[in-house]
Ligand binder design. Structure first.
Ligand SMILES: Nc1ncnc2c1ncn2[C@@H]1O[C@H](COP(=O)(O)OP(=O)(O)OP(=O)(O)O)[C@@H](O)[C@H]1O
Length: 264
């Protein structure tokens, strides 16, 4: 379970550039819950994920992961609990290392055991099987550099890597947004499959309202650093994209045609 309690993040506090990105967010994710997060540009979605991962310091409030207060812990200390896939396919892996080496590092994420352990035979066989399952033929290219893969292949591998070692929460920050529609669908299907297979707790940021209603079991809408909407169960199943647009328009009270939330 992860809990965010009254979390606020202020950038450049006390300067003319001060920006209150999160304004007292409280949120609990039960184990195995798959939550989609939508919101306007600058709503605070990436900041929320960054704060949970430890990349963005909390100004006030608390972040509890698996019962432990992680608010002041650096990102490295949270690595065992928090896995993350970014929008940029290049961000989650090392292009100069081979696919096998990237996988080995990911499998040992958050553990004190070294590279040698991670590359041991049975582990290598498990990794091989996980890659074969993707159906992309990458199991025959394990010695090639990660940088030689396409964006879609790399993002699919990033997702597999994020789910190799057990974690308390998987953070997905618009992880299909940089892909073409076919690759985006492939990675989304993979997301669904891996989440169901391993009972993952997922917090997924998306700009697609359709995805936000179709994927997972709960939808949260952020606006100007606050939670505007938090729906699950029957209420969510009856919601339409138009309902979300209405909620969003009411919050903004202005013309939204330029916002990426409405144009994607
Ligand atoms: N490192 C930073 N320094 C200063 N301000 C920041 C920083 N990161 C984010 N912000 C500001 O905080 C607010 C929230 O940004 P954030 O990136 O979390 O929004 P978002 O909902 O992910 O937006 P988008 O959908 O446009 O990516 C924005 O006003 C942004 O400009």
């Amino acid at each position: 379970m992860i809990a965010v309690e009254n979390l606020s993040v202020v950038f450049n506090a006390g300067t003319p550039l001060e920006r209150r990105a999160l304004r007292g967010i409280s949120l609990t994710l039960d184990n195995g819950e798959f939550v989609c997060v939508i919101g306007s540009n600058g709503a605070g979605k990436s900041t929320l994920l960054g704060a949970i991962a430890g990349d963005v310091p909390a100004t006030s409030g608390r972040i509890l992961v698996a019962g432990q207060d992680m608010t002041r812990q650096p990102a490295e200390a949270r690595a065992r609990h928090v896995a993350r896939v970014f929008q940029d396919p290049l961000a989650g892996s090392c292009g100069n290392l081979s696919i096998a080496e990237n996988l080995a590092l990911a499998a040992g994420r958050g553990s004190r055991r070294g590279f040698g352990y991670a590359l041991r035979r049975e582990r290598a066989e498990m990794l091989h099987a996980r890659i074969r399952e993707l159906g992309l033929g990458l199991e025959d290219r394990l010695d090639q550099p990660m940088g030689s893969l396409s964006g879609g292949q790399r993002q699919a591998l990033s997702l597999v890597m994020a789910t190799l070692a057990p974690s308390s929460v998987l953070l997905l920050d618009e992880h299909t947004a940089a892909l073409d529609p076919r690759n985006a669908d492939f990675v989304l299907d993979l997301t669904r499959t891996l989440a169901a297979r391993f009972g993952l707790t997922v917090l997924m940021v998306t700009h697609s309202m359709r995805q936000a209603l179709d994927l997972g079991s709960r939808t949260i809408m952020l606006h100007e650093g606050r939670i505007l909407l938090d729906v699950a169960g029957e209420h969510r199943s009856k919601l339409t994209v138009e309902d979300l647009i209405d909620a969003f328009r009411k919050a903004r009270g202005e013309d939204l045609t330029e916002d990426r939330l409405l144009t994607s």
